[in-house]
Ligand binder design. Structure first.
Ligand code: UDP
Ligand code: MG
Length: 325
């Protein structure tokens, strides 16, 4: 069993993959992990560039590298899950393939994990080099998500870059949900956690697969995945709307008793109708989100499908039958 497995989800990372692989081995050598002490799990999440070929080449020459080729692009969450399930190490690290997570930091993270009672060591990025707008936006984002979530706390600057003990990982993998919001799950699992800081590096090669829209959807996922608080917020909203309607009605009645019938309130009628329909649509939308999630969980489809597992031993590949998550 390797001492350390490093799981890397890769979508179109041809520019950084080989360098990353080399640096991981340097880190392992620095830690004195020795032969067979390191395992690198590369998950090819349906890349359309040379990533798969490069990964295959690495696995061909390096027995410590395993490549999981997913059958298509399933998204980072699914790719991470696939890699974490395949990892066999006593400690398991998770890091991005674009070198935004400096591999050298793994040395101190791994040391912390093995020498303290921490079951998880997370890397926290400082936002010194982020563009101003971006760091403000992400701060707002975390405040919003945290205000909607009760049970877990999500820290600004903390991503998926972390090293976990086997006990922690087993607990994490025992969570059966399919709609996985890792940031929340990592925190939900608990266990003693240590944090190290690092300097954020701008993306060197390729470009981020995140669009504004996918970030927004990710935020909604975060808010919905952990509780039913949005539903309760809607109940409050509905309550206030009813109160306002009653108050308005009383006001109209008093006016009627004092002055008799006055002008017909065309504008108020329209305003009330559009306002309340908006609230109703919103409520139906939020409920629909929960129903949709129930639907997905009930269908119980795997989060990803493995097409091929590529290893050194057989010098090639085998069919990923049974490699279903
Ligand atoms: N990634 C993936 N599947 C996806 C999107 C991203 O495996 O559908 C990988 C990507 O190759 C990288 C990591 O997830 O290793 C983080 O992606 P990215 O750099 O685009 O995100 P950001 O750094 O902006 O959070
Ligand atoms: Mg990145």
């Amino acid at each position: 069993m390797p001492a350390l497995s490093v799981v890397v989800p890769c979508l179109n990372e041809e520019g950084t993959l080989v360098e990353l692989h080399g640096r991981l081995h340097e880190v392992a050598a620095g830690l004195g992990l020795g032969q067979g002490g390191l395992e690198v799990v590369l998950v090819d999440d349906g890349s359309t560039d040379a990533t798969l070929d490069l990964a295959r080449g690495l696995a061909d020459t390096d027995p410590s590298t395993v490549v999981l080729r997913l059958s298509r692009n399933f998204g980072k969450e699914a790719a991470m899950l696939a890699g974490l399930r395949a990892a066999t190490g006593d400690a398991v690290a998770l890091l991005d393939g674009d070198l935004q997570h400096p591999p050298e930091l793994l040395a101190s993270m791994y040391t912390l994990l093995t020498t303290t009672d921490a079951e998880q060591v997370v890397a926290r990025r400082d936002r010194a080099e982020d563009p101003f707008v971006r760091s403000v936006l992400s701060r707002l984002y975390y405040r919003l998500v945290n205000s909607l979530i009760e049970t877990v706390r999500i820290q600004d600057g903390v991503g998926d870059f972390r090293v976990m003990s086997r006990a922690f990982l087993d607990a994490l993998l025992a969570l059966p949900e399919r709609n996985r919001f890792s940031k929340g799950l990592f925190s939900w699992v608990g266990f003693p956690t240590a944090t190290v800081s690092y300097r954020n590096v701008s993306r060197g090669e390729g470009r981020s697969a995140w669009t504004l829209r996918s970030l927004l959807n990710y935020g909604i996922d975060g808010a919905l995945a952990f509780n039913t608080r949005p539903l309760r917020l809607l109940m409050h909203l509905g309550g206030w709307a009813v109160l306002a309607a009653v108050a308005y009605l009383v006001w109209l009645l008093v006016g009627y008793l004092l002055h008799g019938v006055t002008q017909p309130g065309y504008i108020t009628t329209i305003a009330v109708i559009t306002g309340l329909s908006g609230v109703q649509l919103l409520a139906v939308g939020v409920m629909g989100e929960y129903v949709g999630r129930i639907y997905q969980e009930v269908k119980a489809r795997p989060s990803y499908l493995v097409h091929e597992v590529i290893r050194h031993e057989d010098g090639g590949s085998d069919d990923g039958t049974g490699g279903v998550g």
